[in-house]
Design a protein around this ligand. Structure first.
Ligand code: ADP
Ligand code: ADP
Length: 226
């Protein structure tokens, strides 16, 4: 992915949550956004994903200007999201959650969608749970289903906001392993507190505090900020 930022400002109730003068990242595969709570990590991710709209400035992702994007459909087609929790439709099964967009948005034949979904669910180790409703899953299984759902429609960029922070350590570990395994499928941007994981997973980091990027660089250099 490429990300270019110029004078990007996002304010909530007069308080600036993001104020980034300039950033120019090229050819990053996996980006970790780290920093203290309340520093602006989620806000930056939401701006990147068009969930929040910046007040002013320029934010380009892979050459596409996100600020003031008139028709976000083609951009949204290329990105996927995974949040801390509540990613899935609770009254559907795992399989239905994963196939619903393929069938209803992309008009894929149900049989074809099921075959594709089963292949992906197998890849993340939850095929045996495909007919369970979401409430019957562990948090880790639900997050793995959410990752599959975000990627199966062909997302070129997956954005994850603390995908493991609501989970017990061993379930968080399962999800981290799934992400390691899925790295080859797509570019990813992850907001995380798990610095050890970030070091193994990402190739580049942004350290965000008080709405600014205080440091960034190849992930090996993250050691300097503990
Ligand atoms: P982080 O993800 O690093 O914890 P956030 O991006 O969630 O930080 O928050 C950055 C700042 O913006 C914080 O001061 C937070 O309280 C504020 N903020 C975030 N979202 C909102 C919102 N919807 N309304 C008002 N303030 C918000
Ligand atoms: P995070 O893990 O991103 O720091 P928080 O628990 O701080 O999450 O916030 C959860 C959500 O609540 C955020 O996505 C943000 O949009 C919203 N939020 C955060 N701070 C505020 C605030 N001061 N006022 C209103 N909404 C907020």
């Amino acid at each position: 992915m490429n990300i270019e930022i110029q004078n990007l400002i996002k304010t909530y109730e007069k308080e600036s949550a993001i104020h980034i003068d300039t950033l120019d990242l090229k050819d990053i595969h996996t980006l970790a956004i780290v920093g203290p709570s309340g520093g602006g990590k989620s806000t930056l991710l939401k701006l990147l994903g068009t969930i929040e709209i910046a007040d002013s400035g320029s934010l380009k992702v892979n050459g596409i200007e996100i600020v003031g994007l008139k028709d976000p459909k083609s951009y949204l087609h290329e990105i996927g999201f995974v949040f801390q929790h509540d990613n899935l439709f609770p009254n559907l099964t795992v399989l239905q959650n994963v196939t619903i967009h393929l069938i209803y948005t992309y008009q894929m034949d149900e049989k074809e969608a099921t075959t594709l979904a089963e292949k992906w669910l197998n890849k993340v180790g939850i095929l045996e749970h495909k007919d369970k409703k979401v409430h019957q899953l562990s948090g880790g299984q639900a997050q793995r289903a959410a990752i599959v759902r975000a990627l199966i429609t062909g997302a070129k960029l997956l954005m994850l906001d603390e995908p493991t922070s609501a989970l017990d350590p061993e379930l968080a570990y399962e999800v981290m392993m799934t992400l390691m395994h899925m790295k080859e499928e797509t570019d990813m941007i992850i907001v995380t507190h798990e610095l050890n994981f970030a070091r193994r997973f990402a190739d580049y980091y942004l350290f965000v505090e008080e709405g600014k990027i205080l440091a960034h660089g190849p992930i090996e250099q993250l050691f300097a900020h503990e």
